[in-house]
Design a binder for this molecule. Structure first.
Ligand SMILES: Cc1cc2nc3c(=O)[nH]c(=O)nc-3n(C[C@H](O)[C@H](O)[C@H](O)COP(=O)(O)OP(=O)(O)OC[C@H]3O[C@@H](n4cnc5c(N)ncnc54)[C@H](O)[C@@H]3O)c2cc1C
Length: 587
């Protein structure tokens, strides 16, 4: 910490200045405590006092929050010893602990506090933005930082027109020109460090009844001016300062009984933008099911969804028990309502970047915001890369099919043409042959069929045409596109009611890769490999649904989501236990 200006003070001097400050101006903590309670929606349970000094703030916080655990951090062991003394005398030793740590070396373990309090200390830190970012990672979800600085320098002159008043004005001007760090404004830094400022106010404190403490406090400040602004003041101003701070001088401040004090504290209460227990990327069947499980476990959970569920083109989602044939979009709309009903958040946005940020994850949204979370569930699904045959994309999900269980029943008994584009195609044809006697396979890609496939197809009564398909013939029927037939390379047209293709499954795995993961290759395409209940190789990251199980239908994706949600909740339960123990041990 940048304490260079304290070099000519010993700790006792600094400690007494801090105590004076607290004695005269400490009542602002009561106002700040009320703001903190309002911001959290409850009284805090764990408070960290960063740069605690002699512990006057720690004590005032302990008074305001009678049940809270307090951790006082200071770079000086002399100071933390004073805090401990104060805690003993003030009766809060049993719920407080101290840590000696230089904030320029980063934060020590803080035990997931819901308030990080930094009064007149942040300006000592070399890189406040970096410290604030670290604090964002250390805070409990929905936790806040409360930062206090001076709102201008304290004034002591009862009358601005006197020699003292004029000198005071000059000193304040010079201090402002010299950019005294004690006058820091953290609004921009907080924004840059990823915080939303919830509350900002200047709390005024006035001492009109002059007293001896005010005089001592005035001496402290005028001494600061004398030593730190020596280059900026005139000789006569310096001479006047010398006489004011000399206890033996008849004009000394020590001897004045008419001093008054007006001062202010500036308070910022800010919350890291969107810190959640769990962020779920993807609000399809998997993501929303996980979100429901987590929200029902009272976890703060946010789902960020780009709104492109894989089965969106289909009219109905089948094999969904109790909701048979429901519109896929209606199903998800109900899911979103259910998540919100339990207090979860669902946002329409796209996550464009995901990275680890300390022991948290930071997600960058296309809208420009940032979401932070302790755990991450990737429920991003996959993209069906369709064979490049004109008409397929247009009919996809209606008359162009891939999954016998999803929409085979609806095509039962009709004329079905299977376009063999992959080694899966023969298998598809056999399954569709279960549903119709009129299934034909067009061997579109040369290597799509093995000898055994041909034998199986023959046995199932599926004729094979060894040519490629040019395009689908599409007709308009009451405003919607319907399949007429499949035009082959030689121009002939196979009349058909449905065409079956085998899309290439392209898992949305880019965010997993950005986080350092590698997709596992399977015969059907790359997947995010998962172990027990959706855990991936990356600690803190789970995956569920089509991005890990290519053939997961809606209910399987739901099941994987519920499993992953439960696993994440259990993981957080254990993590919170460990955090509790950390605080216990540091006491
Ligand atoms: C045409 C068709 C019909 C189907 N019919 C059925 C059926 O009848 N019955 C059945 O059980 N199954 C059916 N399926 C399968 C079903 O679609 C899947 O099982 C299901 O969609 C898988 O759910 P999911 O949550 O894994 O992925 P999805 O439902 O695809 O959801 C993934 C979500 O993640 C979002 N997302 C991805 N990346 C990001 C990002 N970076 N930021 C924000 N959001 C992101 C996407 O926009 C999407 O909304 C069908 C599939 C198709 C293609």
């Amino acid at each position: 910490m940048n304490h260079s200006h304290h070099h000519d003070h010993d700790h006792a001097h600094l400690a007494s200045a801090l105590d004076l400050d607290a004695e005269l101006l400490g009542s602002y903590v009561d106002d700040a405590a009320a703001v903190i309670t309002r911001s959290l929606g409850r009284a805090p349970q764990r408070i960290v006092d960063l740069g605690a000094g002699t512990g006057t703030g720690t004590e005032a916080l302990s008074r305001n929050f009678g049940d809270a655990q307090l951790l006082a951090v200071d770079s000086s062991a002399e100071m933390t010893a004073l805090v401990e003394e104060r805690a003993g005398a003030g009766g809060f030793a049993g719920r407080s602990a101290t840590v000696v740590a230089d904030l320029d070396d980063g934060l020590p373990p803080l035990g997931s506090p819901d308030v990080i309090w930094a009064a007149l200390s942040l300006h000592h830190v070399t890189d406040p933005a970096a410290l604030l970012r670290e604090a964002a990672s250390a805070l409990a979800p929905r936790g806040v930082v409360a930062i206090v600085e001076m709102a201008g320098l304290p004034r002591f002159s009862p009358d601005a027109d006197t020699a003292l008043g004029t000198l005071e004005d000059r000193c304040h001007e010079a201090a402002a020109d010299a950019g005294w760090e004690a006058l820091a404004d953290w609004t921009e830094t907080l924004g840059a460090a990823g915080y939303d400022v919830l509350h900002q106010e200047t709390i005024r404190v006035a001492r009109t009844g002059p007293n001896e403490t005010v005089a001592r406090y005035a001496v402290h400040w005028f001494s600061q001016f004398r030593h730190r602004l020596a280059d900026d003041l005139t000789d006569s101003e310096l001479a006047l300062l010398d006489s004011l701070i000399d206890p033996d001088d008849p004009a000394s401040l020590h001897r004045r009984a008419d001093l008054t004090l007006t001062a202010g504290r500036r308070l910022w209460v800010a919350r890291p933008a969107d810190l959640h227990d769990v962020a779920i990327i993807g609000g399809g069947s998997a993501g929303l099911s996980a979100a429901t499980t987590l929200a029902r476990s009272l976890r703060s959970v946010v789902v960020i969804d780009g709104g492109e569920p894989r089965n969106a083109p289909a009219d109905g989602a089948h094999n969904v028990l109790g909701q048979e044939g429901i519109s896929p979009l209606e199903l998800l709309a109900r899911g979103r309502d259910e998540v919100r009903g339990y207090g979860g958040e669902v946002r329409s946005d796209t996550v464009v970047d995901a990275r680890r940020d300390g022991d948290r994850f930071a997600l960058t949204l296309a809208s420009g915001g940032t979401v932070r979370a302790r755990r991450l569930l990737l429920a991003t699904g996959l993209v069906d890369e369709l064979p490049d045959i004109p008409g397929v994309a247009e009919l996809w999900g209606h008359d162009a099919l891939h999954c016998p269980y999803c929409h085979g029943y609806e095509a039962r008994g009709s004329r079905i043409v299977v376009l063999a584009t992959s080694p899966m195609s023969a298998h598809q044809a056999l399954l569709f042959a279960q549903l119709s006697d009129d299934v034909t396979l067009v061997a579109h890609a040369a290597d799509a069929l093995a000898e055994q496939d041909r034998a199986n197809l023959a046995a199932a009564g599926v004729p094979v045409i060894d040519t490629s398909a040019e395009r689908l013939r599409v007709r308009d029927e009451g405003g919607s596109a319907r399949l007429d037939g499949v035009e082959l390379a030689d121009g002939t047209v196979l009349k058909a009611d449905a065409v079956v293709v085998a899309p290439r499954f392209v898992v949305r795995g880019d965010l997993y890769e950005r986080l350092g993961g590698t997709l596992a290759q399977t015969p059907m395409g790359g997947v995010i490999e998962t172990g027990l209940m959706g855990a991936t190789a990356i600690p803190g990251v789970w995956a569920a649904g089509n991005n890990t199980t290519l053939n997961a239908v809606v209910t399987v994706a739901m099941g994987e989501g519920v499993s992953a949600g439960a696993a994440i909740n259990a993981d957080l339960v254990m993590a919170d236990l460990l955090l509790g123990k950390t605080v216990e041990h540091s006491r």
